[in-house]
Design a protein around this ligand. Structure first.
Ligand SMILES: [Zn+2]
Length: 643
């Protein structure tokens, strides 16, 4: 049986549009998940949203919306962003969902019953903005909030408390016995130091707002953020429900990884393990803590102005460029800096020059000297060949170790060692000179084979990082599907190669000055909107004809297991075979009524994963504020084209 891998991001608090710094954790987990997939693991990737609390209640009121409408909007936007960034999560849990609420209520009542939660009085200085109480000694001068600097007010309220003190010693022991529990080491030391000062019991309920999960035995209280939010890692797996197969499989499986930013270290390293201890659930996870993307002026934040959003970078430079930068530039265990210069430099130097250019030169030479085809050639090996092979081997070994240690930036650096070595190999072997001497044809073929094979290996290693470029590389090199798999990552697996006649650059080189200026403008908020609305509605006929629209017959239809609004349809598209489509029509159609119907669908869209279900196309439907209607046809056959 395949080994299992359960990886999670924290659930995001919907306080605004996510900037690139906010998206780092999600991209990191996506890369790790794809890596483990490639290594044959049975993986489960969870992300989601933390949707309760006073702040949400207040903002919704300001917007004149029920809180649920407000968070629905943000959740939809967030899911769209993840789709755009091709995040491969299996589930998107929202704390306002019923499946989550019931679990939280069960957990709370159980801890209350067994005395790990008890009622008491909370007194302190309360910051409305941060929804936090502080002790007098924690406040800034003038009784200001130490986190946001706003005024606080002295408050006393009834509250339930979680008995952290009882588990302090047990948690310290656990951390000492499990040295890999918290990484990097520096974060572990921080936690240990904090624990040694002794723990205060934690206030885990509130009576000052309503927008939360009610305490069943005392509905005046809502469960406060810690127990509510942290429980998502269990509720998404069906813990304590009739259907807890995922919990059994992934929580008790081979690897469980929580990835978090350093700002929420304490919650995950102290409150969460103590909750699990109290619930008698084994602590099977490891906690990985990363730093932040900063700007020159400090932490990237919307209130300071000058943030940059993923959309802008994807639109102007591409998804791979953004993923590469995010994953490459943040060093393990510390903070990184985003500047327009560093972003454009990474694209130009690493992606366009080192990597893209190597592929382009290799393909051009194979076309020029061997009409596009080379085979493995073993006779005329040189010391350069041997060295290149050795570097390839070492690269793969290092890459594995680093990825397994969650050191993604370092793993990428390692892959670039092989790229650099291959570039140097061209200088050493001088193929253009070999080409002048008929008798050296074998040697020349050998050189080109070595280059192509190195690039194939690089393509495999970068599959979890560069989603589009790795595919393009395989395509241009003519690497068959079976040799794109990780099992074939050893040098020499590829015996013959036929490259494309027309290589196109993976990463076009950018004009540094121009692009840096453009980005600086965006950061200052002066982005000129170059596109008018009219431009956006005009699509060339060429673009339109790229879409393959067909009549499809619904063979099977069911509700999406993780989303109320979605249906999962299996459709027959005639000669194209069957496809799975996920469509947002569950509010308007019952699964059974669609079975047997002929619908219209776009069938050549790149597949996407929608909350754990693959969607290989798009069902066409019309809608307005009142209703939604699927386009049905009557007398056509499955697979018939629609123009
Ligand atoms: Zn505050």
């Amino acid at each position: 049986m395949a080994k299992t891998y359960y990886i999670t991001t924290p659930i995001y608090y919907p306080s605004g549009k996510l900037h690139i710094g906010n998206t780092y954790t999600t991209v990191l987990c996506d890369a790790l998940r794809r890596y483990k997939d490639m290594r044959g693991y049975d993986t489960f990737y969870l992300t989601g949203m933390d949707e309760h609390g006073k702040k949400i209640e207040t903002v919704a009121k300001e917007r004149n919306l029920p809180p649920i409408k407000h968070v629905d909007e943000i959740a939809e936007e967030t899911e769209k962003l993840w789709e755009r960034m091709r995040i491969s999560h299996d589930d998107f849990i929202r704390t306002t969902e019923k499946r989550h609420k019931t679990v939280v209520q069960k957990i709370f009542e159980r801890l209350l019953d067994q005395g790990d939660i008890y009622p008491g009085m909370y007194e302190g200085y309360y910051c409305m903005h941060c929804e936090s109480f502080f002790t007098e000694s924690q406040l800034e001068e003038g009784n200001l909030c130490p986190d946001c600097g706003r005024e606080t007010s002295k408050l006393q309220e009834e509250s339930y408390f979680l008995r952290l003190s009882k588990y302090e010693k047990k948690l310290l022991d656990f951390i000492e016995k499990n040295p890999g529990f918290i990484t990097p080491e520096s974060r572990k030391n921080e936690v240990v130091a904090f624990l040694r000062q002794g723990l205060q019991d934690l206030s885990v309920s509130r009576t000052t707002f309503d927008w939360g999960i009610k305490v069943v035995s005392n509905p005046k209280h809502v469960v406060y953020v810690w127990i509510d939010a942290l429980s998502n890692y269990l509720s998404a797996l069906g813990y304590s429900t009739d259907d807890d197969a995922k919990f059994q499989k992934y929580w008790f499986g081979d690897e469980v990884v929580h990835v978090v930013g350093k700002d929420i270290l304490r919650f995950h390293a102290i409150y969460w393990p103590i909750m699990l201890m109290a619930l008698d659930i084994p602590i099977t996870f490891r906690l990985h803590v990363h730093g932040f993307y900063m700007q020159k002026e400090g932490k990237m934040s919307k209130s300071k102005g000058g943030v940059i959003y993923p959309d802008t970078l994807i639109e102007n430079y591409g998804l791979d460029e953004l993923r590469y930068f995010l994953l490459r530039e943040l060093p393990y265990g510390s903070d990184g800096v985003f500047t327009p210069e560093s972003f454009i430099d990474r694209i130009n130097f690493d992606l366009a020059n080192d990597f893209g250019n190597l592929l382009n030169r290799t393909i051009s030479m194979i076309n020029k000297y061997f009409q596009g085809k080379v085979t493995a050639y073993s006779e005329a090996t040189t010391p350069y060949d041997e060295d290149l092979r050795k570097v390839a081997e070492a690269t793969v070994a290092d890459y594995e170790t680093l990825m397994d240690e969650l050191k993604v930036a370092e793993a990428i650096k390692t892959a670039w060692k092989l790229i650099s070595r291959a570039n140097k190999y061209i200088d050493e072997t001088t193929p253009w000179l070999l080409a002048k001497d008929e008798s050296k044809s074998g040697e020349l073929e050998n050189v080109l084979y070595h280059l192509a094979e190195s690039l194939r290996i690089v393509g495999i290693l970068l599959r979890p990082i560069l989603l589009e470029a790795s595919r393009a590389l395989f395509k241009q090199l003519g690497v068959p599907k079976s040799l794109r798999e990780y099992e074939t990552v050893t040098f020499g697996e590829l015996s013959e190669i036929t490259v494309t006649k027309k290589p196109s650059p993976l990463f076009p080189r950018l004009d540094v000055k121009e692009e840096v200026q453009k980005l600086q403008k965006v950061i200052r908020g002066e982005e000129e909107s170059e596109k008018t609305e009219e431009d956006e509605t005009l699509v060339s006929l060429d673009d339109f004809t790229k879409l393959d629209v067909r009549v499809a017959k619904v063979v099977e239809c069911r509700n999406h297991p993780n989303a109320d609004k979605l249906l999962v349809l299996t459709v027959d598209v005639g000669d194209l075979g069957t496809r799975q489509l996920v469509a947002g029509v569950a509010k308007h159609y019952e699964p059974k009524e669609l079975e047997g119907k002929l619908v219209v669908a776009i069938v050549n869209l790149e597949p996407v994963n929608l909350r754990g279900e693959k969607s290989e196309g798009m069902l066409l439907a019309g809608s307005n504020e009142k209703t939604m209607e699927i386009l049905f046809v009557k007398d056509l056959e499955p697979g018939d084209p629609v123009q």
